[in-house]
Design a protein around this ligand. Structure first.
Ligand SMILES: [Ca+2]
Length: 97
């Protein structure tokens, strides 16, 4: 399943997706330029699998897309964990009709 971008923290495994920059912990709001790990890349605050506000989230990486469409990936996320993702999934479903 697709993990959150902060899963694994700064470890080399991170979230298990090669092209998402590691981050130490979830980011909230929209901390542009945040960089919580020494590994290359700023924290992926624009990624749907982080916890930033909806207006900041606008992408999955190509590696994450390999897990399937957003609609199938987000079903693995518990409702209590990310309302933003669920709202995104709902809007994606509406768009698809
Ligand atoms: Ca970094």
């Amino acid at each position: 399943m697709l993990e959150h971008t902060f899963d694994g923290g700064c470890s080399t495994m991170g979230d298990g997706v090669a092209d998402t920059p590691a981050e130490a912990a979830p980011q909230f709001d929209c901390p542009v330029g945040a960089d919580t790990c020494d590994a290359p890349g700023l924290d992926p605050i624009n990624n749907f699998m982080d916890y930033t506000q909806d207006s900041s989230m606008n992408m999955f990486t190509p590696g994450q897309s390999g897990w399937g469409s957003a609609g199938t990936s987000v079903r693995h996320v518990a409702p209590s964990q990310s309302w933003s993702l669920l709202r995104y999934a709902a809007s994606a479903r509406r768009t698809r009709r």
